[in-house]
Design a protein around this ligand. Structure first.
Ligand SMILES: NC(=O)c1ccc[n+]([C@@H]2O[C@H](COP(=O)([O-])OP(=O)(O)OC[C@H]3O[C@@H](n4cnc5c(N)ncnc54)[C@H](OP(=O)(O)O)[C@@H]3O)[C@@H](O)[C@H]2O)c1
Length: 264
């Protein structure tokens, strides 16, 4: 597959490197002003430097949202002729990206998260009705190569994906930070408290990741009546405090995602 990346920073680089390494794509062309240009290796500083007679099956847009539409300007008809554009730019709507490519090729939006960098990501994908099943399957496979990938039916659902899995890694990091701080207050040295929190997060995530794992069953399995875990869970669940807080926090993230997609 002949792929063009526009933007090859943290996210673009993680995707492109993983797809090349996994043999999912044979050839990458990259436009990024931060890389040293080398036309023979398919690296260009500007889109205008890419040969206009080259056709791409996939064009991945991975620049900051503010530059997303302008970065697509200048694609030639030939470059677009067989392409699907996949944009990872947070909050930039399909309609504005379709306008930016002059409606010449279908546009898919992807909302990955940072663990994509380690092949453990979670990506929400939205295509709309214009994309055929074969292209959808190819794009799904590409994002499954860096973790899990899930299609949503409505573009607005990407705001909810952003609030849950897009921003989600930061929620878990905050929980680990607070757990480590609590460990220090209980008399552990900071390094040990940090390691206990991180390894526990990893172990719990590994359990949750097993096929058919049920969150409630996993919790109940370590919560003996009248035991230590039960004492802590009672505090979390008192007046559903933790759940209410999460609902508030994810609503705030969702609201902000909607605002950003409206350019606020
Ligand atoms: N990182 C994440 O975890 C994450 C998660 C979900 C979605 N995203 C989305 O991914 C996109 C990229 O984020 P990132 O973290 O990878 O940013 P990044 O590391 O700053 O990468 C963006 C790259 O694009 C280059 N660039 C800027 N203008 C360009 C243009 N006109 N043509 C080609 N390349 C251009 C930048 O070069 P210069 O630095 O020289 O300007 C930079 O190398 C964003 O839209 C973000 O919303 C990121």
């Amino acid at each position: 597959m002949n792929v063009l990346f526009i933007g090859y920073g943290r996210m673009g680089g993680a995707l492109g490197d993983a797809w090349l390494k996994g043999g999912l794509v044979e050839r990458l062309s990259i436009v990024d002003p931060g890389l040293s240009a080398d036309a023979a290796a398919g690296r260009y500083a500007r889109l205008q430097d890419v040969p206009t007679d080259q056709a791409f099956e996939l064009i991945v847009l991975a620049v900051k949202p503010a530059y997303a539409s302008s970065a697509l300007a200048g694609l030639s008809d030939r470059q677009c002729s067989q392409a699907t554009v996949v944009s990872v730019a947070a909050g930039v709507t399909q309609a504005s990206l379709s306008d930016a490519v002059g409606q010449r090729c279908p546009v898919v939006r992807a909302m990955p998260n940072t663990p994509v960098l380690l092949g453990a990501g979670c990506t929400g994908l939205y295509a709309g009705a214009q994309l055929d099943a074969a292209r959808k399957a190819v794009i799904g496979r590409l994002f499954e190569a860096v973790g899990a990938a899930y299609w949503v039916d409505e573009e607005q659902q990407l705001d909810a994906v952003t609030a849950i899995s897009g921003s989600g890694p930061a929620y878990y990091h905050l929980f680990s930070e607070a757990l480590a701080e609590a460990g220090v207050k209980l008399g552990l040295n900071p390094e040990l408290a940090r390691n206990l929190a991180a390894q526990t997060a990893f172990g719990a995530a590994t359990l949750q990741h097993q096929a058919h794992a049920d969150f409630i069953e996993l919790r109940v399995a370590v919560t003996s009546p009248n035991g230590t875990t039960a004492a802590a869970i009672e505090v979390f669940e008192s007046q559903r405090k933790l759940r209410a807080l999460l609902e508030q926090a994810t609503s705030a993230a969702h609201r902000r995602s909607v605002e950003l997609s409206k350019g606020a």
